[in-house]
Design a protein around this ligand. Sequence first.
Ligand code: AP5
Length: 213
Amino acid sequence: MLRLVFVGPPGAGKGTQAKVICTQYGIPQISTGDMLRAAKAAGTLAPELIDAMGKGGLVPDEIVIGLIKDRTEKDDAKNGFLLDGFPRTVPQAEALNTLLAGRNHKLDTVLALNVDKNLLIERACLRRTDKRTGQIYHLKYNPPPPDADLEHRADDQEDVVRNRVETYEKMTADLLPFYRKAGLLQEVDGVGKVEEVTSRVLSALESVKKKEA
Ligand code: AP5
């Protein structure tokens, strides 16, 4: 049983690490970004939300809170989940607390991935995702195989990535102190090879399990 949150700026490696951790722990990765992009692809996302995402801003709290409420009720999330990119604001974090308390649940830990700003821009701009498998690649650090069906995210253009980083700094600044005060925050160095970051994340998670044992 593990209920955890990944916080970190755009390109920090949340999605990359989430896939490994979720496989290892047998829990679903719940990404509000992926859900919003799926809604956009299905034609069910309101134009003003598409516009906010395209400019690097956030969508309103009540929209993402509603998505998380519905998704965490599903059977596969009963024994835990990894929230990737949610919450991003203190009102979202408070809503999550209320939601979990209503189910007699609580978060086990919040992992913040720290990565230098210049590296973030390079990581996001050169990211490519395989449309068929959802696998995340990087043209320089983790090149895709020749048969991959690649997609370049609409918000991975440099000017938009810069706005997303700025939005993160402005909107998410209060979130880390919020979780630090709650005794839930663990900061993990997100720089280095993917496997090196994974072992840091795993040791942070092991320390939580030991505390609970
Ligand atoms: P979202 O999809 O959540 O995007 P994000 O938070 O900006 O994060 P990214 O997906 O860009 O990065 P990541 O940290 O997952 O990095 P990744 O592992 O892919 O949100 C998109 C938008 O939706 C938001 O801007 C907002 O508009 C809206 N939204 C979503 N949630 C919301 C919420 N809660 N509230 C309001 N609005 C919300 O890695 C990036 C690249 O780096 C890849 O190419 C990867 O291969 C490479 N890489 C990863 N790790 C390493 C490493 N260790 N070394 C070298 N390269 C690496």
